[in-house]
Design a protein around this ligand. Structure first.
Ligand code: AKB
Length: 312
């Protein structure tokens, strides 16, 4: 059967760029972009787009049958900071959308699923540095609890029903095409916008808060790699650790100052500080390296140049 791809949550930060990459690779008519809201003009004009609520099983099933979909990338989710404000809405969205897709695969209506997990699956009792693939996982955020439960369900559907679901634990993602929304790591995108626009930034995390991060190009490459890997190489059916960069607000500021010497940062930590403090600082991704040859490419300095050049 020929590959036909459905992206759910295509208008978001990851969806916008993943849709463009998949359209380039497989042809624009093979990739159906969907979201609950319209995306930017490149997304809408670059191929088929439909409005879809990921929680509406019937509507989802209809699109899958109508377009003869084989692979689904489920990117719709409520991120960590927003989820703390709307716990039940976050739980319902993050879990029900996943169950919809897993059940469609269980009933053989689709062949393969990509579902993103996050470093948020780790919690305050997890080893903070070089966090292993398998370790203590006691997440203390609504988002983290939903992602951890999601990982367990993915593994369960693989073991019980043979569902080919693949996942990576994304760190904070940095991109210039679309803004992230509602995450704790979002400061690392906002800081570039404010540096160019105002020459200053007030950060909602303290200067020493080191978190795992990654430039979007590396994250998209990782997503495509894990989906393309032969089935027998995928030994982790919960979610793969993925390491990229680790930096704190002070270090990203230093890299921006190399381009904008007068840039100034001030700190006013808010409720997101507690979320960030519960997460690891760096990730061990040896298993992803071994199973599907993962390697991060873009450094903090390179990322800063790319971000500032493109946002200008
Ligand atoms: C967030 O900050 O909530 C996300 C994530 C780390 O999954 N960027």
């Amino acid at each position: 059967m020929k590959k036909r791809i459905l992206i759910i949550g295509a208008s978001g930060q990851i969806g916008t760029e993943l849709t463009a990459s998949l359209r380039e690779q497989f042809g624009k008519h093979k990739v159906i972009a969907t979201d609950i809201r319209e995306g930017d003009s490149a997304l809408l004009e670059g191929g088929p787009f439909e409005i879809l609520d990921a929680m509406d099983y019937k509507a989802l099933e209809d699109i899958i049958i109508r377009h003869e979909i084989t692979d689904v990338y489920l990117l719709a989710a409520m991120l960590s900071a927003t989820a703390e404000k709307f716990p039940m809405r976050a739980w319902n969205l993050n879990m029900n959308s996943l169950f919809n897709v897993l059940n469609l695969a269980k009933d053989n209506k689709i062949k393969k699923i990509f579902w993103p997990s996050s470093i948020a699956v780790f919690g305050p009792t997890t080893p903070k540095t070089n966090t292993p693939q398998q370790t203590v996982m006691e997440p203390s955020t609504v988002y983290g609890i939903s992602k951890q439960a999601g990982e367990r369900w993915c593994e369960y559907y693989f073991n019980k029903y043979g569902v080919d679901v693949r996942s990576i634990r994304y760190p904070g993602l940095i991109s210039y095409k679309t803004l992230p929304g509602g995450g704790t790591t979002d400061y690392a995108v906002d800081i570039y916008h404010k540096a160019l626009k105002h020459g200053e930034y007030q950060c909602f995390l303290s200067e020493e808060t080191t978190l795992p991060m990654m430039f979007i190009d590396d994250a998209i490459r990782a997503t495509l790699s894990v989906m393309e890997a032969p089935k027998e190489n995928i030994n982790v059916r919960s979610s793969y650790n993925l390491a990229g960069l680790s930096f704190n607000p002070k270090e990203i500021t230093e890299s921006i100052k190399k381009h904008i010497p007068n840039f100034e940062i001030s700190y006013k930590p808010d409720f997101r500080q507690e979320i960030a403090d519960s997460w690891p600082q760096s990730i061990n991704d040896e298993v992803a390296q071994k199973d599907w040859n993962w390697k991060n490419n873009i450094s903090l300095e390179e990322m800063t140049s790319i971000m500032l050049d493109n946002l200008k």
